[in-house]
Design a protein around this ligand. Structure first.
Ligand code: AMP
Ligand code: TRP
Length: 328
């Protein structure tokens, strides 16, 4: 089917890393062609943990620049900041009223994040209801995400179905798409944990805007195992399989095919580093150009918000009317 509505969201909480790129951003770029794609920088989600206001401003603009540098074309998709479209917060409230405490309490991401923060905001807990609102506001068919968002997407579907059965047909039921490889890029030092900005050691985390020399060093030091067989086996050989997945996501060859070509861990590390560096190089160059004109990026986001609002207003008014609110 062509011309589906595609929607995804990404948090402006520091610069994005290689996991964000291979698990999500690469697919955002892929899905903008031949579809109606809408991509949202979810700044409202970012404040579920306390953020320095200046850092939030900087991170939001930089993330927009990284997304454009990665290939999102504002002529070909809608790119905007969540807080610029008030219907997200408004529908978010209706979604909170449609989501149960028990459902939210089962979300593993809340458990992880809640355990790591001292001040656990109520917004961190209800975050998946806002995420459901984000998606449902655009009559979304497809949501490209990394593997860690599966549970949130299932909840979004459940909430949409519940709303539809309580108040009549209102929302399109969304499906998520996860890339066949690298949907869960692992930490290079702790390959049993997913790569994340909150990693304990910086050495396991590769940032999209990182200096090539530093990327090379991190891959060379990547944790593998004490065997000497290159085999794709994520359960027993997490480190080696992670390298194969990363190389696969960049080259398009399957991890098992790649494994057959390597006999040494050292060579695999060097080649993976090189492939990643070469993939990121044009993105970093384009980012450098874009960052010299932040005003232009701000204009792109404002224009995106105007287009997003047009769609969101429509769907939100359908939802509020079906729920029984008086017309304004
Ligand atoms: P976030 O930065 O948490 O907003 O994540 C943005 C997107 O990146 C989401 O679709 C995540 O599923 C995806 N993502 C985050 N970490 C990883 C990872 N380690 N591997 C693959 N995808 C990831
Ligand atoms: N929860 C997502 C994450 O942590 C970000 C997000 C917010 C999102 N709203 C969304 C992803 C809507 C997809 C669709 O990565």
């Amino acid at each position: 089917m062509t011309n589906q509505r595609v929607f995804s969201g990404i948090q402006p909480s520091g610069d994005p890393h290689l996991g964000n790129y291979l698990g999500a951003i690469q697919n955002y770029v892929h899905y903008q062609d031949g579809n109606d794609a809408v991509y949202c920088i979810v700044d409202l989600h970012a404040v579920t943990t306390q953020r320095d206001p200046e850092a939030l401003r900087t991170d939001t603009l930089r993330l927009a620049q990284v997304l454009i540098a990665s290939g999102l074309d504002p002529e070909n998709c809608i790119l905007f900041a969540q807080s610029h479209v008030p219907q997200h917060a408004q529908l978010g409230w209706l979604m909170q009223a449609t989501t149960s405490f028990g459902e939210l309490n089962r979300m593993t991401q809340f458990k992880d994040k809640g355990d790591r923060t001292e001040f656990v905001s109520s917004a961190l807990f209800s975050y998946p209801a806002l995420q459901a609102a984000d998606i449902l506001l655009y009559d979304t068919n497809i949501v490209p995400v990394g593997d860690d968002q599966r549970q949130h997407l299932e909840l979004s579907r459940d909430v949409a179905q519940r709303f539809n059965s309580r108040y009549g047909d209102t929302f399109v039921i969304p499906e998520h798409v996860i890339p066949p490889v690298a949907a869960r890029v692992m930490d290079l030092q702790r390959p049993e944990d997913k790569m994340s900005k909150t990693a304990e050691a910086d050495n396991g985390l590769v940032m999209m805007l990182e200096d090539p020399k530093s990327i090379e060093k991190k891959f060379k030091r990547a944790v593998t195992d004490s065997e000497d067989e290159v085999r794709f086996d994520p359960e027993h050989k997490a480190g080696v399989s992670n390298l194969l997945s990363i190389l696969s996501a960049v080259t398009g060859e399957t991890p098992t095919d790649l494994a057959e070509r390597y006999t040494q861990y050292g060579r695999l590390k060097v080649d993976t580093a090189e492939a990643v560096i070469e993939r990121l190089r044009p993105i970093q160059e384009r980012f450098a150009e874009l960052s010299s004109d932040p005003g232009e990026t701000a204009r792109v986001l404002s224009a995106g918000a105007v287009k997003a609002r047009e769609i969101a207003e429509d769907v939100y008014s359908r939802a509020r009317s079906n729920m029984g609110f008086l017309p304004v």
